[in-house]
Design a protein around this ligand. Structure first.
Ligand SMILES: [Zn+2]
Length: 83
């Protein structure tokens, strides 16, 4: 398996970290915690390994039982936008 060591975009250094990742899909938001990812120390680009992406896909399709459910406030910026 090829590991990413350099950022594809900025060539910055990439380090494996456990992150919290939010996935938005239409009106659905899913939060993943403790997800191993390669994170660029320069631009913040995040890379996931294929098996991690597979696991998140599976979770989103609700084959997995979530650890918790949260409700989130939603705000819509009124017109005219704050200047
Ligand atoms: Zn980068």
């Amino acid at each position: 398996m090829t590991r990413i060591t350099k950022c594809y975009f900025c060539k910055g250094r990439v380090i494996e970290e456990k992150i919290r990742h939010m996935h938005c899909w239409g009106d659905n938001i899913t939060i993943f915690e403790d997800v191993p990812a390669e994170v660029c120390q320069q631009c913040g680009e995040i890379y996931f390994r294929p098996e991690v992406l597979e696991w998140m896909d599976k979770a989103v399709l609700e084959e997995l039982k979530p650890k918790a459910r949260v409700s989130v406030p939603v705000f819509s910026m009124p017109e005219p936008a704050l200047a």
